[in-house]
Write a protein that binds this ligand. Structure first.
Ligand code: M6R
Length: 693
């Protein structure tokens, strides 16, 4: 979905070329979220004014209008168009700015086609008095637009966002015409009072040069602070420290972004901005105000809320995580780093003492709630897409070890039905990004209904991590490819550990428990082994390159594998693919079977093995074109006499088998995509974090 980024340098000389580079680079880091157009705004000339803090003077000598560049297509097209425009208007790229505020945006179209006029920054009008980049949706934009049109504003885009800068201008003009001195944050707070929906916004204004305002409700936003006068940071620092708030001239660089990825290469000191907070950057200082819709209403004039204190934290992320390293694509890298991501997921949670046979499992984020979860009337898993599939893969082991009924909910469907959620329920929200709008809304719904809410997410500080009562981070590392791969396997492992924790030490499960724990310890090795199928999956992809359709049959633990394998093929290789419950084969899908349609059947050794063997026979009887995934050594028994193609995978404990089995299908999806000439990291029409419903 849309990505927003801003860069403000204070008391440090940066030329225009450098500033543009930082903005473009920020946008490239947000590319993976999915986008179809992009834009930036920078100043047309430096503005250093002793008047800057004197509003009356600043208004009498208006600073030059900021420049806006917008383009449909990818970042490279934006870069090209900026450079050609820079030449046309003879803009000096070497011009120095000791203070400058630039904003940037990647847009994923919701209102209006991808086109320069619909791209952001959106503007208040020809003079670019107020400019806004926006992630989210303003739901009441039509009403606001009608009012603004009545006041003479002319709209040029189809976006919901355009009402925001125009509303800012309207508020600013009204206040200043009446002779009232008004600060940038007062204007923005008043704008926020009128907005409904979800948003993260950054404002830049000609009237407040070298200042930026960011605010949010619902969509993610983080602030990164690089204090250039300070040695490397070794802890957290409060914003009300002299270093950050006072106007003592500390040279700094400040970054605002929808995503930590765009910040971490500059600084690890960051602040996750909370809903309702308004961050005002002025004269190198940061103040954070708390927006209160109700309080604002009661004030006759523009309100001045008190500032709040927040502490910076350190991003636990390495720059290498957001680079491709030696791989060609992020998806490829993320598939191949699963032995390491799984190790990190288990680190510090599964402990085996070398001196004894003792194995300990510790889930810090859950331990205080285990009793309540065990007493729940049911456990409800809620998620979307891959996260839903991961929960489905873990459901049987959770039922087995906990004895608590486990139900599954696709977040949007739960909301559509307003399905029953009770106080006695434990609702588990599974989300890689922790920001998926449907899952977040389902969480709000479950909280309202009094359920114990648990989060399983890969993103520390995300909305789901912050708003659940307890939870577990999957610690898989940054996942940049839109197709979720390593997060899926880490989610399953986390939920298996959760099942072990909820199941406790009951004697009846002791053997099973030990076998699973041993299996978990050995899992990264088994994943390394299955990754060796890479070339084999590439060969298979070559065979399937021109197919229209692919079916994947699974059951038991591997029904989820069938759904997830098909989802991967569909989303990146743009090939129709369907995951099916093998038990349902005779109730409809069998009609599709002929000698042409490729069908993957997952038949690894578990309690469903003999049933899958009979499925294979029935498909054979209809001359089905089969690709069977089986446990090592079973090739002849599942496909006698080379009657089909076989993918042999290492055998592990049944509840961990989905982690192994999905990997050949991830590789197949990846190679199919590359061979078919599609972009696996940013598939058509898709976004990494789906922050709109
Ligand atoms: O961030 P989330 O896990 O909540 O995202 C949910 C889905 O949007 C996501 O898994 C989607 O299905 C992936 N693109 C699949 O690869």
């Amino acid at each position: 979905m849309c990505g927003i980024f801003a860069y403000l340098n204070y008391n440090v000389h940066r030329d225009r070329r450098f500033i543009l580079q930082v903005l473009f680079n920020g946008l490239r880091r947000l590319e993976y979220r999915g986008y179809d157009s992009a834009g930036i705004s920078v100043d047309s000339s430096p503005f250093y004014s002793q008047f800057n803090s004197d509003l009356n003077n600043a208004h009498s000598v208006p600073p030059p209008s900021p420049l806006v560049f917008r383009q449909a297509g990818n970042i490279d097209s934006l870069v090209k168009s900026v450079h050609s425009e820079v030449e046309t208007i003879n803009l000096n790229l070497e011009e120095q700015f000791s203070v400058h505020a630039g904003i940037a945006h990647t847009r994923w179209a919701t209102h209006g086609e991808p086109a320069p006029r619909n791209s952001h920054p959106q503007t208040s009008g020809p003079e670019n008095e107020f400019l806004v980049v926006h992630n989210g949706i303003v739901t009441n934009y039509e009403v606001l637009k009608e009012t603004l049109v009545r006041h003479g504003f002319v709209f040029e885009s189809d976006t919901d966002t355009e009402v925001i800068p125009k509303l800012a201008k309207f508020i600013f003009d009204n206040a200043t015409e009446g002779g009232q001195a008004v600060t940038f944050s007062q204007v923005v707070l008043e704008v926020m009072r009128h907005l409904e929906g979800a948003y993260a916004l950054i404002f830049k204004s000609r009237h407040y040069p070298n200042e930026l305002i960011a605010c949010k409700r619902g969509s993610p936003l983080i602030l990164g602070v690089k204090d250039l006068a300070e040695p490397a940071c070794n802890g957290s620092a409060a914003f009300n420290d002299d270093k950050f708030l006072s106007k003592n001239g500390h040279p700094k660089e400040l970054f605002l972004s929808s995503d930590a990825n765009a910040v971490v290469e500059h600084t690890k000191k960051a602040l996750v901005i909370e809903d309702g907070e308004v961050v005002h950057i002025k004269d190198g200082a940061v103040s954070i105000l708390k927006f209160d819709k109700e309080k604002g209403k009661s004030c006759g004039s523009l309100s001045r809320p008190a500032s709040v204190q927040r502490a910076l934290s350190i991003l636990e992320m390495e720059v290498e995580q957001i680079n491709k390293g030696n791989y060609e694509h992020y998806m490829q890298k993320e598939i191949h780093e699963q032995p390491e991501s799984l190790t990190t997921t288990m680190r510090g949670r599964l402990i085996r003492r070398t001196s004894s046979k003792d194995k300990t499992l510790l889930l810090g984020g859950l331990k205080d709630h285990l009793k309540t979860i065990r007493r729940s009337r049911r456990i409800v898993f809620v998620g979307c897409g891959t996260s839903y599939n991961a929960a489905l893969a873990a459901r049987p082991i959770l039922e087995e070890l906990s004895g608590v009924p486990v139900t599954m909910e696709i977040a949007s469907d739960l909301l559509d039905r307003q399905g029953p959620i009770y106080r006695e329920d434990t609702a588990v929200f599974v989300s890689q990004s922790g920001e998926t709008a449907d899952t977040l809304h389902a969480l709000e719904y479950a909280l309202e209904n009094g359920a114990l809410c648990t989060g399983i997410t890969n993103t520390v500080g995300s909305a789901i991590a912050r708003n659940t009562h307890c939870g577990i981070h999957i610690n898989a590392g940054a996942e940049i490819g839109v197709a979720s791969t390593k997060a899926y396997t880490s989610q399953i492992v986390v939920m298996v550990m959760m099942a072990l924790a909820i199941g406790g030490d009951s004697i009846s499960h002791q053997r099973r428990r030990e076998a699973i724990i041993d299996g978990l310890f050995d899992l990264p090795n088994k994943v390394r082994e299955v990754l060796k199928l890479d070339q084999e999956m590439k060969d298979l992809a070559e065979l399937l390159i021109a197919e229209q359709s692919l079916l994947v049959f699974g059951r038991g633990y591997n029904y989820a594998t069938a759904l997830e394998g098909a989802l991967k093929v569909k989303e990146v290789a743009l090939m129709h693919s369907e995951g099916l419950l093998a038990g349902e084969m005779k109730h409809g899908p069998l009609a599709l079977v002929d000698e042409n349609l490729p069908i993957v059947v997952i038949a690894t050794r578990d309690a469903c093995f003999s049933k899958q063997q009979s499925v294979i026979q029935q498909l054979h009887a209809r001359k089905g074109r089969l690709i069977v995934m089986c446990s090592k050594g079973d090739a002849q028994s599942v496909c006698p006499g080379d009657s089909c193609r076989v993918i042999e995978v290492p055998h592990v404990e049944d509840c961990l088998q989905p982690v192994i089995n999905i990997i050949p299908l991830q590789l197949l999806a990846y190679h199919l995509t590359v061979l078919r000439g599609y972009n696996c990291d940013q598939p058509r029409n898709l976004a990494k974090s789906v922050t709109t419903e």
